[in-house]
Design a protein around this ligand. Sequence first.
Ligand code: FES
Length: 456
Amino acid sequence: MSKFLNLSRAAKLIGVPRAILQQYVKEGRLESFDGMISTESLLAAFPESKFEEDPVFERITRIKEESFGKRIRERILPDREVLSARLYEQSRELADYRRHLERYHAIVVEAQEKLRVISSARPEVADLAKWLDHELGEALVTEAPDALDAMENYLRIVSAHVRIEPSGREYFVDGADTLLEAALRAGIAFNYGCSGGNCGLCKARLVSGETRQVRHQDYILSEAEKRSGFILACCHTAVNDIVIEALEAGQPEDIPVQEIEVKVKSVEQVGAISRITLQTPRSSRLRFLAGQSVYLFDQEYPIASCPCDDRNLEFHVLPNDVLSRLQKGETVLLQGPYGKFVLNERSGREPLFIASETGFAPIKSLIEHAMALDIYSAIMLIRTSHDGYLSNLCRAWESALDNFDYVETEEIHAALPDLAARDVYLAGPAAFVEEMKKSLMAKGLPASQLFTPSGA
Ligand code: FES
């Protein structure tokens, strides 16, 4: 029996970006009814999906995490109570199916009996009775278990779907994540502060579905807020598919400047640059948008990691830079975020990233964020080849993701795709940015589609 799924769940199920399914629907290669997709048409459009051999739930997340070079999180199952609530809901649904099936079965047996009684006098009824017996026998023998359906049931136990109002953004809460952690991982700029149940800034209103508190909270919601369905996203998880009302940071100005004492977690030499990772205290993480910068020792540094990991902040610097002399365990005062070099998520155009030297730092942050958002069907990165640090990472992205193209060249102009449907994000040394800016605009790129750290 075919089941109807929303676009996000269908994309998660077969492990392709949501944008690719949208494109399939637009091109008529995948049928959709009121925004829902049947498992039958999904399987017809993606027949190569091998669910039993390649558990889809793991696939895309694992690819992304491996290619981002991040610690692979243990596959933690949801909290025990959340798990039992989800299992209970599925059992109830199964019991419902079983009840219907038994009822239908009784009707069919009765119909067979009635046909048998009248078939002796009427040959056409005898044919009908024979046909019915044959079809029922075939259905019982040949109907294989629906792998897609089984995977969908499995996904509903290990993850829950969340829609945020009024933006309409959607994401999944996997494993033991809270609503806030899962939103950040999905590239959503959820409004928050302490991420530890103290400040109340992550307050959200539950519109439908069920949530459960999985972390301790000190912040006290008023009785009126509780009655209206308010919860703290950093302390709650979703039991089933839910809709919440929550604030999101749409613009850089929505995020306040923060001052945080951070610790040097690692200093690593990668090719000609130093890759520094600074870690914030657990209770005071840096809220920022991908592509933004911070101040350290009165100098501005772009963050090279994405906001989905708000504790570990990565920076790329040249060997003579003051940051490269830092030692593991040292403490540094960080101030930020600053800057407007952020993704133009609502433009509907595909992103083209162009980077040279340490200009790759903010570009890396933007790319990781673009991947987490899962809204693009074609992401392209062009880098100059002479400085190629972390090239392996870029190649890993390209081989892991169908929607990612990577080119390393000194002939950037020759590698440029059609610019009409692209937003271009450009970063690198000032002279490089100026020259590229001029030639991109000479090729007809409108200023409104060009973004640089200093403003296009
Ligand atoms: S972020 Fe502070 S209470 Fe949730």
